[in-house]
Design a protein around this ligand. Structure first.
Ligand SMILES: [Zn+2]
Length: 206
């Protein structure tokens, strides 16, 4: 009886060890995959902007930031504000997925221009025109963007660095985030609003 119990106990312990081993293997596979995805997004950010993103940070509310230079506390707070506004309007639309700050990685790129044609402060990043070639956005092989989704999965987008008017940055964050919230909550609406070369702009969610 005692022996049988011990055998049973040993069996259970073996099963437990096996389970733990499986969980550990799954976790390491997951982190390798996540690291690979993040590498892919980083490479795309650098290819798109021609900049090197070498600084990582977190906003006070836990969003991930990757930047060309150390982001100011105003920039970090503005990112949080943009995400807060995004999550609020997403909830009003009954969307539930990806409403956590940690779900998002924001790439803060170098502003290749600081003012628009009218002289107003409006930081933007120059990127290759791609699908916008020949449209009003095209400035001859490149165009200025105030934001750009880099990856739907994981959720990552690009915005230009700001030194003032941080409300503008919050809006840019909210606007790019709209595409990601729609991708993860309403694929039809996402598809209908993703490409601005066919018209449409922000805010999408009311
Ligand atoms: Zn957009």
């Amino acid at each position: 009886m005692v022996i049988a119990n011990r055998a049973l106990r040993d069996d259970l312990m073996k099963t437990e060890r096996y389970t733990i081993l499986l969980i550990l293997m799954a976790l390491s596979l997951f982190s390798v995959t996540a690291a690979g995805q993040n590498q892919r997004v980083l490479a795309q950010a650098e290819r798109t902007t021609g900049d090197r993103f070498s600084v990582t940070a977190k906003t006070p509310r836990g969003a991930n930031v990757i930047a060309v230079k150390r982001p100011s506390s105003e920039v970090l707070r503005a990112i949080d504000k943009g995400l807060t506004d995004l999550f609020a309007v997403a909830r009003r639309n009954r969307y539930r997925n990806r409403l956590n700050y940690a779900d998002y990685t924001i790439y803060v790129g170098k502003a290749d221009r600081t003012n628009d044609a009218d002289g107003n402060y409006s930081p933007a990043i120059a990127i290759g025109s791609a699908q916008y070639a020949g449209t009003v956005f095209d400035k001859g092989g490149y165009m200025y963007v105030a934001g750009m989704v880099l990856s739907n999965e994981p959720c990552a987008f690009l915005v230009p660095d700001h030194v003032k008017n941080f409300k503008l940055l919050s809006d840019y964050v909210r606007y790019e985030g709209e595409h990601l919230v729609l991708y993860h909550n309403d694929r039809r609406r996402y598809a209908a609003t993703a490409d601005h070369s066919r018209g449409g702009s922000h805010p999408i969610l009311q």
